[in-house]
Design a protein around this ligand. Structure first.
Ligand code: FES
Length: 135
């Protein structure tokens, strides 16, 4: 599954107009994001943290295929939160069921940085554990 959820309003997104860097923790892998290559993958909004991660070999769990219908793609923005689109109520509702919620938590599939600053994203340990167990 992938694409967009027809049952929710689509978020208002400012796509980047230039390249920027996004670093994923704890693996500390930095990717140069090139907006001309969007979408990188076919899960989540084009240019979303999930789209960028999956398209560059970084696994983030995404049970609903990136359509804002689960909370498995929960990530925490360590830097650059202010460069991302505003979360819709539907995203906030899904996030409420994510464990270990932080003030800069987002759903990776709905979070699109605008590229005005570099971004640092932490993948929560419970999500990493899934990856290590090979799910
Ligand atoms: S993958 Fe389900 S909400 Fe992001």
């Amino acid at each position: 599954m992938g694409g967009t959820n027809p049952y929710i309003q689509q978020p208002d997104v400012d796509l980047p107009t230039r390249k920027y860097k996004i670093t994923f923790l704890p693996m500390n892998k930095t990717i140069e994001v090139d907006p001309e290559r969007f979408p990188y993958d076919h899960n989540g909004l084009p240019g979303s943290v999930l789209d960028i991660a999956l398209g560059n070999g970084i696994e983030i769990d995404h049970a609903c295929g990136g359509v804002c219908a689960c909370s498995t793609c929960h990530v925490v923005l360590k830097e650059g939160y202010d460069t991302t689109n505003e979360a819709l109520e539907e995203e906030e509702d899904q996030l409420e069921s994510a464990p270990d919620l932080k003030s800069t938590s987002r759903l990776a599939c709905q979070c699109v940085p605008d590229g005005t600053k570099d971004v640092v994203v932490e993948i929560p340990s419970w999500n990493r554990n899934l990856v290590q167990e090979g799910h």
